[in-house]
Design a protein around this ligand. Structure first.
Ligand SMILES: [Zn+2]
Length: 219
């Protein structure tokens, strides 16, 4: 129990980073970037809810003009035409380039025809698209007009530019309400991308293991 008490003392001894400190940062972000339009509270509190954090290895995305784009398109056409057998070599070419969707389709087709290789492709697909549930670094509650910043950031001596980025992001949520099915619609992203020190802050948060909008499966 002693260890817990020590940790708690340390946690509360960080006078510079209390709720008042967060509030001052919010005031400066609100003034500089939002002309004081944002009306919200801010406090250290574990954000409620989780997001899906991508921990797999992203394979390639094929774009029109890529050689494998048309190979994959041919495979899809064959599957839709009821000829999944003929699609196999096309999908294998894409899977060899680490294309996740091709691995998934191959696992289904091979399983159906009793080819044991389906397990290899299923396993690879699952590893590649693996996610875990994670608590975000910050969130905004529109009903109570409150921004919560994860207290773990208080213990980590988080640089101010990271806290300011998080505050900016959460302020954008008040400015541009998102539909339920899309947390970060295009209009939101137009504002969000102008956040100060955005790249540096995202990189710092990701290094600490926090999910960010670059690493999560956005709805
Ligand atoms: Zn957000």
């Amino acid at each position: 129990m002693r260890a817990v008490n020590t940790a708690e003392c340390h946690y509360f001894s960080s006078k510079e980073a209390d709720n008042e400190f967060l509030h001052k940062l919010l005031v400066s972000v609100n003034k500089r970037f939002f002309q004081n339009r944002i009306k919200t509270n801010v406090l250290w509190d574990v954000p409620k809810g989780t997001v899906s954090l991508f921990i797999g290895e992203r394979g390639p995305l094929f774009h029109p003009g890529d050689e494998l784009y048309s190979v994959f398109a041919t495979a899809r056409t064959l599957i839709e035409a009821g000829q999944p057998h003929s699609a196999i070599p096309h999908l294998e070419a894409c899977a060899a380039a680490n294309h996740a969707d091709s691995k998934l389709l191959l696992s289904h087709i091979l399983k159906r025809i009793g080819d044991d290789r389906w397990q290899k492709f299923a396993r690879e697909y699952n590893q590649q698209t693996a996610t875990v549930r994670a608590v975000p670094a910050a969130c905004y509650y529109s009903d109570s007009r409150t921004i919560a910043i994860h207290p773990h950031l208080q213990e980590l001596n988080t640089p101010q530019f990271v806290l300011k980025y998080l505050l900016y992001h959460e302020c954008c949520h008040q400015l541009i309400p998102s539909p339920l099915e899309q947390a970060h619609p295009p209009e939101f992203m137009e504002w969000e991308r102008k956040a100060p020190n955005r790249e540096r802050a995202l990189a710092w948060l990701e290094k600490q293991g926090f999910p960010t909008l670059r690493t999560t499966h956005a709805p």
